[in-house]
Write a protein that binds this ligand. Structure first.
Ligand code: SF4
Ligand code: SF4
Length: 360
């Protein structure tokens, strides 16, 4: 968005949607598009979800007087370990799939926001609570068709809900809380610091339980908490053998190299980290041509699975018996995991999908 030399400079991802509707392809109808864009409603329009200060009750709030709470001037002292447990418990009660805590590494904080305004997190903020929100995997598996974007938008809107409730909870305890979605800082390195997973070839977090099927939000705070530690469970080694995401990517934006590198192929890649870099220009170009976002790298990844015992067993093997990686990749391929789900079947088989899936 900030590079005038880029062919899709300032081109929105929905700009070609009308032409796409006319092609009448399954999963690309106006109904699919209406569903996917409505899923973003809370994330895109509920500005209070990103508030740095305690929220005030709206004039419409029915029980203003009852809700009014005394101002807490001094933060009480809590047992740090116990409070960390409570924070995680509350985040899960609000709908988080996974929660981790880390000391705030300011290398992951953006210097400027989307509009070019400098951003600065106050020095007193010491920790990040990093929250992963599970997406509707069946919808996501229709990627790059639009029901997958419903799963994405729905995940973002639930992020906004959880991050804002968590921030208010912390403020009610007498501490500062700054909730963030994709803004303010890089979510993936924060999630890695908070022990939520490892970094994959496709440029995304891989969590041991949910794979890459997580949206990530965070709450920055000065509440004293116990930090988690980064985890390792064989992802780097597995990615060297696998390359499923690179093969499945419709725009061929994911590296096939055996080893990670220190810089990426475009000027919009941020160099200086040893990792596999995505070609963000071809990826974004595909989004504009698709008329919506894409999640194929999430769904094609063998780690993104339901929690069946056989998948748990595979994850155990990846961690403890890495010489089996090649066989596991082949098996995943033979069993047809990670393939796109037919968007038409998705609608037919899920007539009541919004109501029947607990947790989504
Ligand atoms: S989002 Fe889609 S186009 Fe972009 S890297 Fe992932 S699979 Fe490729
Ligand atoms: S699809 Fe394979 S190579 Fe790509 S991130 Fe997942 S495990 Fe790694």
């Amino acid at each position: 968005m900030n590079d005038p030399d880029f062919r899709d400079y300032q081109v929105g991802i929905y700009s070609h949607q009308n032409a796409i509707f006319r092609l009448n392809r399954p999963g690309y109808s106006k109904v699919d598009a209406a569903l996917s864009s409505s899923a973003w409603t809370v994330y895109d329009h509920f500005r209070e979800a990103f508030s740095w200060i305690k929220l005030k009750a709206s004039p419409e709030a029915k029980f203003d007087a009852e809700l009014a709470q005394p101002e807490i001037n001094e933060a009480p002292i809590y047992d740090t370990k116990e409070m960390t447990q409570i924070i995680k418990q509350v985040a899960k009660a609000y709908g988080a799939a996974v929660v981790g805590v880390c000391r705030l590494n300011r290398n992951w904080i953006y210097s400027h926001d989307k509009r070019g305004q400098p951003t600065e997190i106050p020095e007193k903020i010491t920790h990040a609570i990093v929250i992963g929100v599970e997406m509707d995997l069946e919808a996501l598996q229709t990627s790059p068709a639009y029901p997958a974007s419903f799963a994405t938008g729905n995940g973002y809107s639930r992020m906004a809900f959880i991050q804002s409730c968590m921030a208010e909870f912390i403020r009610n305890l007498g501490f500062e809380a700054i909730p963030a979605g994709n803004n303010l800082g890089l979510s993936i390195p924060l999630a890695i610091d908070a022990g939520l997973g490892e970094y994959g070839r496709h440029g995304l977090l891989i969590n041991p339980e949910f794979g890459s099927n997580l949206r990530i939000c965070k709450v920055f705070t000065n509440l004293p908490l116990v930090s988690d530690k980064p985890i390792k469970f064989g992802v780097l080694q597995f990615c060297r053998t696998c390359k499923r995401c690179a093969e499945s990517c419709p725009s061929q934006s994911i590296s096939y190299e055996d080893y990670p590198s220190w810089s990426g192929p475009t000027k919009s890649n941020n160099p200086g980290i040893l990792k596999w870099y995505i070609n963000v220009e071809t990826c974004y170009h595909f989004w504009t041509q698709n008329g919506n976002d894409c999640s194929t790298c999430i769904t094609s990844c063998p780690f993104t699975k339901n929690r069946h015992w056989s998948h748990r067993l595979a994850r155990f093997a990846i961690k403890h018996v890495p010489f089996l990686n090649r066989i596991l990749v082949k098996l995943d391929h033979i069993l047809g995991y990670g393939k796109q789900r037919d968007p038409q079947t998705f609608w037919k088989e899920n007539k009541e999908f919004i109501h029947t899936r607990k947790g989504y």
